[in-house]
Design a protein around this ligand. Structure first.
Ligand SMILES: *Cc1c(COP(=O)(O)O)cnc(C)c1O
Length: 419
């Protein structure tokens, strides 16, 4: 499209934007089982107000905007205490972290930090990382960006990390071991204590990826669920990522990366003073960094509080439970493994139903679920707003299966993301 020769009236421009959004999936109505994490309209208005106040701020320099320094410190502080920070303090340490733009940035920095640490402390020049096939693709992005070898190890039958196989993949050049709490594809929590034990024994960094679970598992535990340990209470875990723009219901652009110590955090900060523009110091990948997500994250934690989080986690888990029970009632369908938190993957154990064909019918009815695999499955990330619609989704799934009566689609592609 050419740049308009003359500026246009705001009403016209906004009308065009609304028209552009006409075919977008309805996340406010709970149709997207993934991508957007929504509570309700009232909460959305409050977050908008907070975000708007800092929409133009720039966290590139917190000297100019001490508000952003304080809010980031508060968010990291709260996240640290939710994620076993008191165990670090009890051991005489001091956990430290930064807010980042998202899970991918948190992971990129964790991998880079592990590489720098291993080069300095162990003289490692050809670093590798060892991780299960279930760990997020962003770890391979990090390896590609920062020149590390990725050693992916097949998961066990229960879709959790195979710790013995991971131990076998470790060698003298391994700089990082990874586990997820929970992992994305099937929603199960990896045996982090066993992974961290291998790392600790060999002086290797260990990242617990709680991008999904960071603001879910602490409250699930408070609601009485038994969750295998995954945070700083596990000795050997050196860093944790947790996304605020997922289950802290913040608009996109907010995550935290927390390290067991300030020294570990220093390994991925960047300082350069050979530039005519002056000293360039930054905590992460971004230079200019938006203030809106920081303020929204701070506001969300204050608006919800511990009891609010517990309520929302309870709702999201109820959605997952009703989805799993509903799907298990549809002939030919099941859920992969035994998901522990707020995600589930739907598949057909005897292949009598083509879940990708089901996907296409659901998509036609306005639902969004990801096609993933292997195995061929539909991924659902469950959020609080969906308590009102999950039964409709199950009904549409059952309908689709009946309608297809065994028909398949040619298209076997999977899609987590696109550009
Ligand atoms: C979402 C997610 C990530 C990546 O986070 P982005 O915010 O999408 O960059 C990493 N790990 C897990 C387990 C995730 O669910």
């Amino acid at each position: 499209m050419p740049l308009p020769a003359h500026g246009r009236p705001v009403e016209d421009v906004l009308r065009d934007l609304d028209a552009l959004a006409a075919d977008d999936k309805d996340f406010r109505g709970g149709r997207t089982f993934g991508l957007v994490f929504h509570v309700d309209a009232q909460f959305e208005r409050a977050i908008h107000a907070a975000h708007d106040r800092f929409l133009w701020h720039n966290a590139l320099s917190v000297d100019a905007f001490p508000s952003l320094r304080q809010m980031q410190a508060d968010v990291v502080d709260i996240a640290t205490s939710l994620m076993g920070g008191e165990a670090v303090v009890a051991a005489g340490g001091e956990a430290a972290g930064f807010m980042t733009s998202g899970g991918t940035e948190s992971i990129l920095l964790a991998v880079e930090g592990a590489k720098v640490r291993a080069r300095r402390d162990r003289g490692i020049e050809r670093p590798n990382i060892v991780l299960p096939t279930s760990a997020h693709a962003a770890f391979d992005k990090a390896c590609s960006y920062f020149s590390l070898e990725s050693r992916r190890v097949a998961v066990r039958d229960d879709w959790r990390a195979d710790v013995d196989a991971m131990a076998n993949a470790v060698d003298d050049d391994t700089v990082l071991l990874v586990g997820s709490a929970p992992q994305y594809p099937q929603g199960v929590v990896d045996p982090i204590p066993a992974i961290a034990a291998i790392a600790a024994e060999r002086g290797i960094s260990c990242h617990s990826d709680a991008c999904m679970g960071g603001f879910v598992l602490p409250f699930l535990e408070r609601l009485g669920a038994t969750i295998p340990p995954w945070d700083f209470r596990v000795e050997g875990v050196t860093s944790i990522s947790a996304d605020l723009h997922k289950y802290a219901y913040v608009p996109k652009g907010a995550s935290v990366l927390i390290h067991r110590s300030k020294a570990l955090r220093r390994d991925h900060t960047f300082l350069f003073d050979g530039w005519l523009g002056g000293v360039y110091g930054s905590s992460g990948i971004l230079g200019t960094k938006p203030g809106g997500p920081i303020a929204a994250a701070w506001a969300s934690l204050q608006l919800l509080g511990a009891d609010g989080f517990a309520t929302q986690v309870g709702r999201a888990v109820e959605v997952r439970e009703r989805l799993v029970a509903g799907v298990r009632g549809v002939p030919g369908l099941d859920v992969v493994g035994e998901p522990e938190a707020t995600m589930a993957a739907i598949y057909s154990p005897d292949a009598s139903v083509d879940v990708f064909a089901v996907h296409d019918l659901l998509s036609g009815r306005g639902w969004h679920l990801d096609r993933q695999g292997p195995p061929d499955s539909l991924h659902a990330t469950c959020t609080p707003v969906q308590v009102d619609v999950v039964d409709d989704l199950v009904a549409d799934i059952a309908d689709a299966v009946t309608h297809l009566s065994g028909a398949r689609t040619e298209d076997r592609s999977t899609r987590y993301s696109s550009f």
